[in-house]
Design a binder for this molecule. Structure first.
Ligand code: HEC
Ligand code: HEC
Ligand code: HEC
Ligand code: HEC
Ligand code: HEC
Length: 459
């Protein structure tokens, strides 16, 4: 059924036949549109080099980001090719709509990963995409209307440039701007796939009070190296100039666009964003170990993880691929590690039973799948909403030989995807994605001082 609807969209775009879509357009199943109503040749969109002479620092920041790498990203290209093969090419414009909008409105996609693509198409989510958005018709699946040319649209009403006209676009200062793409649902069955914007919208940072309100831009466009800009560590202002010949401003919005991805950005060469992703992840959560209890010969404890820094669920985005998990360790009084859980094995994979904060999508047969085009249901959703917490419960047999007191430790760890998936998508020789420590906790615990353990197992 899904693929029939895709066929209709692909064969008869613009005729209003696209089942399941509100506004089937020329670029369906993507909701992208142009002000002219037609294809716009990619040369109408300037490449970032044109902006770099005056917006030098902004271009430098953006060029190492996942936005700049959204199209050449080997993980994206590999999955998008798999989707294309599985659906006979029907997902091509859908996926590329957000990963290279200029490539789609310029009719350079399909094919996926077109080797002849223009510079501005290759640049993924670039300057002359974001700043030529004329308006949007909502959020999700990129309902943007693009109007490239001499007018650059931005946040300020008083910006004057010798090179281009400027127009004030209030949308650029709202979370809804990011919500055009950072909210993905299956275009046919409407299954919510990535809902970062919706998570934020329903969360505690979306308030009318400027004192408590934090938009995507406040956390992701204030970050600077050493200043992660999260709910836990707000970054404040970065005074400076947005353009060489422009006036000094009290704050210039940064364009590093750092998330959690220290892996994919680095696949295309070194980038400061990899270290900045570590700083961001280390300021996203806190954890504590609660209520250890020894009873019936077993030791039980709780690891509580607080989402103190992220404006959306933790983790968010492609959570069917992302891995955020709890590792635990028990050391006895002699310092010997007597128990471990959640440690990656020799192959780098997590052992069964590891406590993962994640989502699992299901296909039509009810089987787990990370192939979003096959997904028809969400089998599991265990993530932490903004400013909320979730508990992971642990239990092990208590060994009488362990010297008391015990030291219980836990770590919250993150990686963008598993090494096995990296190998599946980019082949042997794929670099294992780095594991990043987000938070940790430890406590000393003496089982003798609390509930009675089974007699005879105590020393
Ligand atoms: C010859 C220099 C120059 C070049 C080249 C240039 N700009 Fe600008 N631009 C400026 C100046 C100056 C300002 C005003 C800055 C200010 O007021 O703080 C500006 C402002 C802007 C703004 C803010 C508009 C607003 O209303 O807030 C955007 C967006 C922008 N430029 C985008 C671009 C893009 C995209 C390119 C490349 C296609 C580009 N500029 C090329 C000089 C330039
Ligand atoms: C993902 C979309 C996106 C991309 C890509 C992007 N920008 Fe921006 N830019 C924004 C948003 C959103 C703002 C306004 C943030 C705010 O005011 O809340 C902004 C602000 C600006 C400003 C005004 C900054 C200020 O604080 O006065 C300039 C100039 C600018 N961008 C130029 C560029 C250039 C040049 C590039 C290419 C390297 C670029 N942008 C890439 C979204 C983007
Ligand atoms: C054209 C669609 C589009 C728009 C609009 C957009 N983004 Fe993105 N963004 C993407 C894509 C696609 C990626 C991921 C690319 C990849 O990983 O291959 C991304 C990646 C990111 C990342 C890095 C994620 C990571 O895992 O490290 C951050 C942070 C981000 N975007 C923030 C924003 C913010 C803030 C805004 C609004 C100012 C915004 N984006 C607007 C498409 C968009
Ligand atoms: C209160 C601060 C805050 C706000 C507001 C916020 N974020 Fe984030 N964001 C974070 C932190 C911290 C992380 C790193 C932890 C994580 O991956 O969730 C993050 C991670 C991300 C990632 C990478 C997710 C991954 O692991 O692949 C994306 C994409 C993103 N944010 C987009 C957005 C968008 C879009 C908005 C607005 C709708 C937004 N963020 C609002 C703090 C914030
Ligand atoms: C509505 C916009 C949108 C559409 C459509 C879309 N994506 Fe994305 N994609 C994003 C955003 C935003 C991110 C970043 C989220 C994050 O980092 O968690 C992303 C990230 C990814 C990543 C992670 C890359 C990495 O290096 O970790 C892959 C893979 C990906 N997308 C593949 C696809 C495929 C395949 C399709 C089509 C079936 C698709 N996307 C359609 C917006 C979109």
């Amino acid at each position: 059924l899904a693929s029939t609807a895709f066929v209709v969209c692909a064969v008869a775009p613009g005729l209003g036949w696209c089942a399941g879509q509100d506004d089937p357009g020329l670029f369906a199943p993507s909701r992208l549109a142009t002000a002219t109503g037609g294809v716009i040749h990619p040369t109408w969109f300037a490449a970032s080099g044109v902006c770099a002479g005056c917006h030098t620092e902004i271009v430098r920041q953006w060029s190492g980001s996942m936005h700049a790498r959204a199209h050449p990203d080997p993980i994206y290209l590999a999955l998008s090719r798999q989707a294309s093969v599985a659906t006979g090419g029907l997902t091509d414009r859908f996926c590329a709509g957000c990963h290279t909008p200029v490539g789609v409105v310029g009719a350079e996609v399909p094919p996926v990963g077109n080797p002849l693509m223009s510079r501005s198409g290759i640049e993924g989510v670039g300057c002359d995409f974001c700043h030529v958005v004329d308006r949007s018709t909502g959020t999700g699946n990129l309902p943007a209307v693009l109007d490239p040319g001499s007018v650059k649209r931005g946040p300020r009403a008083d910006a004057v440039s010798p090179f281009h006209q400027t127009a004030h676009l209030p949308l650029a200062t709202q979370a809804e701007f990011c919500g055009m793409c950072h909210d993905v649902s299956h275009p046919i069955n409407r299954l919510p796939i990535e809902q970062t914007y919706t998570e934020w919208k329903n969360g505690p940072y979306n308030t009318d009070d400027p004192k408590t309100r934090m938009l995507c831009q406040d956390c992701h466009m204030r970050q600077q190296p050493g200043k992660p800009a999260t709910g836990l560590k707000p970054a404040g202002r970065s005074p400076g100039k947005a353009a060489a010949m422009g006036p000094r401003r009290e704050h210039v919005f940064s364009h590093w666009f750092v998330g959690g991805n220290a892996a994919s950005a680095a696949l295309l060469g070194p980038t400061p964003q990899a270290d900045m992703a570590r700083e961001r992840l280390a300021a996203a959560a806190t954890m504590e170990i609660l209520s250890p209890e020894a009873a019936g010969g077993r030791l039980r404890w709780t690891v509580r993880v607080h989402n103190t820094g992220a404006g959306h669920f933790l983790p968010t985005g492609l959570t069917e691929l992302r891995q955020m998990w709890v590792e635990t360790e028990i050391a006895d009084a002699s310092g010997t590690i007597v128990h471990r859980s959640g440690n990656p094995g020799p192959d780098g994979e997590l052992p069964p039973g590891t406590h993962l904060f994640t989502t699992v999508l299901g296909d039509a047969g009810g089987k787990p799948t990370h192939r979003v085009w096959e997904a028809t249901s969400v089998l599991k959703d265990r993530r932490i909403p903004p400013l909320a917490h979730d508990d992971a419960l642990f239990e092990v047999p208590l060994d009488g030989r362990w010297k008391k007191p015990l030291r219980l430790a836990a770590r919250l760890r993150y990686r963008s995807y598993s090494p096995a998936l990296a190998v599946e998508l980019i082949g042997e020789g794929a670099v294992a994605p780095p594991i990043i420590d987000m938070a940790g906790a430890e406590i000393d615990y003496d089982p003798r001082q609390t509930a009675p353990a089974t007699p005879g197992r105590e020393d």
